[in-house]
Design a protein around this ligand. Structure first.
Ligand code: FE2
Length: 311
């Protein structure tokens, strides 16, 4: 079954209205956030324990990392990406998931060349810069060996500047792209089933196909939280965790009022953890920026998740 972007957008308001306030009151709680570490460049390492009563025994304590919205190419310095990858390797993380929008080639990058932080990406056509950024990302990811692998989905910006350049990263690093595809990670007698969807704005996401079995933990990895929201609220597809990015947490958050705006329809999933018990959603604030290199009260993040049966 395929969903077009139009299908998603048409159905989302109805899905939103149908939900109770009780469900979305279960927002990110302090008890689920553990110690915070901060890189020299200000990236916050968020450590989040996700508890599931029915977690397969062999996944108790399993750790994996999530980085989204790197947006390398113009504003972001390479060293910030290297910092993010170092954070992701901490605490025995066994896998790295990348949530898309790995690159960003600014419109009019030649005109911006004097002000761009990373002049390496100031000159060239969109196509050339798209390829260069993915070569550089591959160079940075390659030294980091994650025991269970590196898996990625695409975001809208990955295809907008150079449709196929992401394949460079797959060829030159151990990154496995999931384009409406499933990867499995075996952990003892348990299996993590990871479905990575195409992006809602730049591709055609498909409904995940998950296996029903008590020893399987199912993760939906998709760039845009509207995609995960649609799958869950419209089809009740059964997965334990959705990992998303795209919003950058709003980039600018006012005290008490929160984010000025989110670029999604279902704004309950603007940032952080939304917990429905057996299904949880997590939206990362991401690492980089688009348009303007501004973050205020909304620090970049790398996330390490720990799975547990116990609160
Ligand atoms: Fe993004």
């Amino acid at each position: 079954m395929k969903f077009s972007r139009r299908d998603f957008l048409r159905c989302l308001p109805a899905a939103s209205a149908a939900l109770s306030h009780t469900a979305h009151a279960a927002l990110q709680t302090a008890s689920q956030q553990q110690l915070l570490e901060v890189s020299p460049n200000g990236i916050h390492l968020e450590q989040v324990t996700l508890t599931y009563e029915n977690l397969p025994d062999d996944l108790e304590g399993y750790r994996f990392s999530f980085i989204s919205d790197i947006h390398l190419g113009g504003w972001l310095k390479d060293e910030i990406v290297e910092d993010a990858l170092l954070l992701a390797k901490r605490h025995g993380s066994r896998a790295l998931f990348l949530g898309g929008d790995l690159i960003w080639v600014p419109d009019n990058h030649a005109g911006l060349s004097d002000s761009l932080n990373n002049k390496k990406y100031a000159h060239g056509t969109d196509e050339e810069l798209g390829e260069l950024v993915f070569h550089e990302l591959a160079r940075m990811i390659r030294p980091h060996q994650f025991q269970d692998g590196v898996f990625a989905v695409l975001g809208n910006h990955d295809r907008w500047s150079n449709y196929d350049a992401f394949r460079i990263l797959g060829r030159e690093s151990q990154t496995q792209f999931l384009l409406n595809e499933t990867a499995t990670i075996s952990v003892g007698n348990a299996t993590i089933e990871l479905f990575g969807s195409e992006d809602l704005w730049s591709g055609i996401p498909q409904k995940p196909s998950f296996t029903e079995h008590k020893n399987i933990f199912r993760i939906l990895l998709t760039h845009n939280p509207d995609c995960a929201s649609f799958v869950f609220h419209r089809t009740r597809n059964n997965f334990e965790l959705a990992l998303c990015g795209h919003t950058h947490g709003g980039q600018v958050k006012l005290p008490l009022l929160g984010a000025l705006a989110y670029n999604i329809t279902d704004t309950r999933y603007g940032e952080g953890l939304v917990d429905y018990g057996t299904t949880k959603f997590y939206t990362s604030r991401g690492v980089g920026w688009v348009e303007l290199p501004i973050r205020w009260n909304c620090p970049p993040e790398v996330t390490i998740f720990t799975l547990s049966k116990h609160r």
